[in-house]
Design a protein around this ligand. Sequence first.
Ligand SMILES: Cc1cc2nc3c(=O)[nH]c(=O)nc-3n(C[C@H](O)[C@H](O)[C@H](O)COP(=O)(O)OP(=O)(O)OC[C@H]3O[C@@H](n4cnc5c(N)ncnc54)[C@H](O)[C@@H]3O)c2cc1C
Length: 377
Amino acid sequence: MSVAQNKLPPHADFVIIGGGLAGMSTAWGLSVLGERDTVVLEKENVPGMHSSGRNAAMIRQVVPGAELLQLALSGARFFAGEAPGWQQAPPFTPGGSFLSAGRGGRDALEQNAGAATRAGVELELCGPERINEAVPCTAGGEISGGVYCPGDGVTDTDGLIQGYQAAARTGGMRLFTDCEVRHIDMHNGRVAGVQTSRGHIKTGVLVNAAGAWAGLIGSMAGAVKVELTPLRRHLYYTGALAWADQRWPYVWDVERDVYFRPESGGLLLSACDESAAEPALPLVDPAVQDLLAGKLSEVFPRLLDIPIARSWAGLRTFAPDRAFMLGHDPVLEGLYWVAALGGHGVTTSPAVGRIAAGDVSGRGAPAPAAFSPSRFT
Ligand SMILES: Cc1cc2nc3c(=O)[nH]c(=O)nc-3n(C[C@H](O)[C@H](O)[C@H](O)COP(=O)(O)OP(=O)(O)OC[C@H]3O[C@@H](n4cnc5c(N)ncnc54)[C@H](O)[C@@H]3O)c2cc1C
């Protein structure tokens, strides 16, 4: 790439802060609508280095809440092949999922499953025997029942980000990496542009897709006051295991919050830990492995002595009510939020990107009211 191509343009119709799934899917959504003048600014030297590249990549349709369910279903349709502007099918391994619970969590799980069934998701309520038969290493634990969802599966998040990026680039999007937004410029009380580590760019529409940094960007801009909290979560990879069938569905006990799935010849596990963290690449806390062991001994005891070859952590960022921040800022004209995607940002990214693109460009419907940033005024 030449130096000239590396220079920020003086102006763009849409400037997106953040090259994770939120920012890239919004750029793709804008390109689907024919908006050609979009610039994505990413402070790292590659997109997807933070939450979007450090997650479990599971596509899950049985989720709590009517609005989140609609986004998850739309996401599942995308992963099944409805991907406008993509040259190839989105990366997806349709292995299915089992969500399980003990006695205490079964009612809530079945309620969410009922809502998903009414919305058209193919599901099967099942007992523990069905789960044990399909995934033998689940035997022996305190599972009272579950739900099998054959349309769930796993994506490849690197491929997903690259796919959004390629489709958006074809539509005119320009990505600038090593480009940190440091100041938001105002004119007559509305957004006028941003100052970055690579210079200045003017815009009337700024999208805050900064993940764990979205709260800081909001404060920098003088946007609606809302405390977004990044929570750290660990993942564990076992290394290759001869007995771990790579065709198994993923298994997630939603009551005790512990999951595992096939990964690179072995398994990937999480104890679904949550601890408040600074926006940064999170360090691994060795103590969390004890939490994993405790949950495995209760729910999946056959996995208790499983080897751990590698562990890492990522951040899931939440608004105080745990609903997404998706919509126009109610205080600062010209700022649009695509943030606080918590633990559902992979599954919902296709829907989030297209809704945000339609709403911010005025070419589509407004984002669901439940996600509106104006709920914090
Ligand atoms: C362990 C773990 C497991 C998960 N598993 C799943 C799962 O199985 N399924 C699922 O659906 N979701 C899952 N998630 C959630 C999902 O990963 C997130 O919701 C999603 O990645 C959030 O994307 P994002 O683009 O908002 O954030 P990010 O990917 O963090 O992107 C934000 C980007 O903004 C950039 N940025 C920040 N500040 C600036 C600035 N000032 N200037 C320029 N750039 C800036 C950052 O560098 C970063 O690249 C998981 C998350 C974790 C941590």
